[in-house]
Design a protein. Structure first.
Length: 281
């Protein structure tokens, strides 16, 4: 056991839960790859860890202390750094291509800061990596030992493979047929007809019907430019009209312009009612 692992073993369970969260994908921490003493390591910026502890994902985590301010997050990360789950490092200038890892060196002054960089000395749980490796080995052994399978299993695999190839062939055949039919209809009855217009659309499956095959056919009508833009403007206008109606309904006071006091509007725009004398009187 290395020195870092022996120190990490003394950490309480609460610290392990926090470190496990920070190392998982739920934290959303931005990590980079560096080279420390010729070995690749992941390192991060302190600000990223503080942001992860203040995120809603951390608030949903179990068996971890509540963090509400930056000061609390920094104090907690300072405590965690004592168990060598991560160490403060100094990053050197970029050497070589932009994709090559930067050289990092351990800082003799170990203290947490949001502007500093820290290298991980903890890889988290590795059971998924081990399980994936065992699964790959099992698949490879099963493929190599295929001649030793019982005849009924080999026959079942053959039927499954033929069925899969048949479905793929039917899909490509349908795509070719619909293209030929579209070319014919675009000449005979323009603008043309598409069979299964949503065949290549990104649609889901609901119930027992497949949306990719609904509708059966459709005219190839060109989409009008600016249609969405007009719809958006119409929606804004309708909202403005509704707001104006609410304001008018809430107001019971009407102001009447006084002609004697003068008006800032032009006279040509003001409405007048004049009494015309009757010539017969």
């Amino acid at each position: 056991m290395s020195t870092a692992e022996s120190v990490q073993a003394k950490a309480p369970a609460e610290v392990y839960n926090i470190v496990h969260f920070l190392r998982s994908s739920q934290a959303g921490m931005k990590t980079r790859v560096g080279a420390l003493n010729g070995k690749r390591v992941d390192y991060f910026k302190g600000k990223s860890a503080v942001k992860a502890l203040l995120s809603p994902a951390y608030a949903k985590a179990k068996n971890v202390p509540e963090i509400t301010t930056d000061a609390q997050a920094e104090a907690l990360l300072q405590t965690i750094s004592q168990y060598m789950f991560f160490v403060r490092v100094d990053r050197s200038e970029q050497v070589g291509s932009s994709g090559s890892p930067r050289q990092v060196t351990v800082n003799p002054i170990q203290g947490f800061s949001q502007e500093a960089h820290f290298a991980w000395f903890y890889d988290g749980s590795q059971w998924t990596t081990y399980a994936g490796g065992l699964l790959m080995v099992a698949i490879m052994l099963a493929g190599v030992m295929f001649p030793l399978w019982p005849p009924i299993m080999r026959l079942g695999v053959w039927y499954l493979s033929m069925g899969a190839l048949g479905l793929i062939g039917a899909f490509f055949g349908l795509a070719i047929v619909r293209l030929i039919f579209y070319i014919i209809t675009i000449i005979v009855v323009p603008p043309g007809i598409w069979i299964f217009p949503k065949l290549f659309a990104d649609v889901g499956v609901y119930g027992y019907q497949i949306e990719s095959f609904i509708p059966l056919w459709e005219w190839d009508l060109p989409k009008k430019k600016g249609e969405k833009k007009r719809k958006g403007k119409k929606g804004v206008a309708e909202k403005g009209a509704e707001k104006a109606e609410l304001q008018n309904g809430a107001s019971d006071v009407h102001t009447v312009a006084d002609d004697s006091a003068g008006s800032s509007r032009p006279e040509s725009r003001s409405a007048r009612v004049e009494e015309v004398p009757d010539e017969d009187s």
